[in-house]
Design a protein around this ligand. Sequence first.
Ligand SMILES: Nc1ncnc2c1ncn2[C@@H]1O[C@H](COP(=O)(O)OP(=O)(O)O)[C@@H](O)[C@H]1O
Ligand SMILES: [Mg+2]
Length: 247
Amino acid sequence: MRSAADPCSYVVLKNVSKTFLDGDQKVHAVRDACLVASPGELIVLLGPSGSGKTTLLTLIAGLLSPTSGSLSLFGQSLTSYSNGDLQSMRAKRIGFIFQNFLLIDSIPVVENVAMVLRFSGRGRSDALARARELLDQFGIGYLARKLPSALSQGEKQRVAVARAIANNPELIIADEPTASLETNQGFDIIRLLHDYARQERRCVIVATHDLRIADLADRVLRVVDGRVRVQCPQDQAKEVYPGRPVA
Ligand SMILES: Nc1ncnc2c1ncn2[C@@H]1O[C@H](COP(=O)(O)OP(=O)(O)O)[C@@H](O)[C@H]1O
Ligand SMILES: [Mg+2]
């Protein structure tokens, strides 16, 4: 395991907790989570609905601040990023795949993909050219001018992956990316992401409640009631998933 100080780790969470207030009730969405994620691996966070997966991904992306604990991204503590730096880092270095893909229905596919390139500072024609190239690479160049609402779930899935990797981000965060797909399509998306992690030496973190997806992961970390069984030293020898020891 890489230590928390290793600059090669993209994501390091140390005893991170997040508590929400629901009226006067405290909801402990994430409790004491530790996680080290490094280039070249696809990690699956496996847990039932309500276990804290989305909150954890949102914390990792720096979109939420933890109630306690520390979090660093790309070797730098999140608290040391200014708001502007955080936004720019997110736009350039993190790719997102959301549940149901969240493509923007009012603009064509090619512009959906180009948009993330524009956010990271590319000019319009350059962004559109790169977006077309990516769609061709994924075998869906013919969809470029269609609106997302005209696409099948499988086509939307490919567009979502193309959009997530457009900036060649070091980290991809995918929240339930297979939830709306048939099993084979679900496997396809995870395989595409796994290839990306391996070939480009990038890191992919996928949250899912789908046990079958776990088979394609390099590591499976189980999330239960906001607790994550991960590679804190004390967890090294524990089993986090039936039959699958912690890496
Ligand atoms: N903004 C919020 N305010 C209050 N409670 C929240 C908020 N976001 C999530 N929760 C609660 O935190 C827990 C974990 O939610 P979530 O991270 O969405 O789980 P999952 O993605 O595994 O379904 C749930 O009990 C949920 O209701
Ligand atoms: Mg969720």
